[in-house]
Ligand binder design. Structure first.
Ligand code: CP
Length: 294
């Protein structure tokens, strides 16, 4: 694996290998490799708490040296292109780039960059490490993907998490369904749109998404009031009580409590939201090891 850019580029064998490596790091079965002497730069052109911090913890645990790159004080503010920024970091000896960027497929302009790139989210395109940590969490729970019924609820059209998980879960044999307001339907993804109340008692996984306000126009914003969204598409106590005993609730976070999920349910017994974050650090260690420890 030279880069990690999109879940569409990974084979199912590569997905299983990354999940299993992350699980071995988590259990202590596999000692953490030490990549001392290697440099990484984390380029976050969009805000992040989980992805940025868990990449940083993973990098430090693997002995990497983190280049202190800040998008607000870098020469990007003087008009330097993303390509020139990345080539500069490569030229001064950086070994790995972790990039989050608001443009879909930003990495297509970086084909002449000769160091590995880990995509930490591109616009509404893909979020491969989020998908992989979601898969790790599901695998921990069930031990398989084939035949699992997954409903992904929310802002499908604007969500890179929905897109990455759609491709990876389908490739692994899960049945993916969507639930979304009409305006956020993504016609390019071939999965049935269902009513939450029709499927809530038969699904194995409810995956909730944040409304991507930052990618909407004002007219669209006004159309969906918070309470209306919560009532039609959110997870409330009534719906939670109808879930199968072994069903789980997931959310990539950040969570807007009271919108996509009732606040008290964020840490309910079936919720795996903080488990997903815990797994994210181990999964990102596995990705870094795969990209650097050839
Ligand atoms: N899930 C996720 O990508 O969260 P952050 O935006 O905080 O990184």
């Amino acid at each position: 694996m030279n880069h990690l850019l999109s879940m569409e580029h990974l084979t199912t064998d590569q997905i299983y290998n990354l999940i299993q490596k992350a699980s071995r790091f988590k259990s202590g079965e596999q000692p953490l490799p030490q990549l001392d002497g290697k440099f990484v730069a984390n380029l976050f052109f969009e805000n992040s708490t989980r992805t940025k911090c868990s990449f940083e913890v993973a990098e430090l645990k693997l002995g990497l040296k983190i280049i202190n790159f800040d998008t607000t004080t870098s020469s990007v503010s003087k008009g330097e292109s993303l390509y020139d920024t990345c080539k500069t970091l490569e030229s001064i000896g950086c070994d790995l780039l972790v990039i989050r960027h608001p443009y879909n497929d930003y990495y297509e302009q970086l084909t002449n960059v000769n160091i590995p790139i880990a995509n930490a989210g591109d616009g509404s395109g893909q979020h491969p490490t989020q998908s992989l940590l979601d898969l790790m969490t599901i695998y921990e729970e069930y031990g398989y993907f084939e035949g699992l019924n997954v409903v992904i609820c929310g802002d499908i059209k604007n969500s890179r998490v929905a897109r990455s998980n759609y491709y990876s879960l389908k490739a692994l044999g899960a049945n993916v369904m969507f639930n979304s307001p009409r305006a956020w339907v993504d016609e390019s993804l071939e999965a049935p749109y269902v009513n939450m109340d029709d499927v809530i008692d038969s699904v194995d996984i409810v995956m909730l998404l944040r409304i991507q306000h930052e990618r909407h126009g004002l007219v669209e914003e006004a159309r969906f009031m918070k309470d209306d969204y919560h009532q039609k598409h959110g997870l409330n106590q009534q719906r939670y009580d109808r879930l199968k005993p072994n069903a789980i609730v997931m959310h990539p976070a950040p969570v807007n409590r009271g919108v996509e999920i009732e606040s008290d349910l964020v840490e309910a017994p079936k919720s795996r939201i903080f488990k997903q974050m815990e797994n994210g650090m181990y999964l990102r260690m596995a990705v870094i090891d795969e990209l650097l420890n050839k």
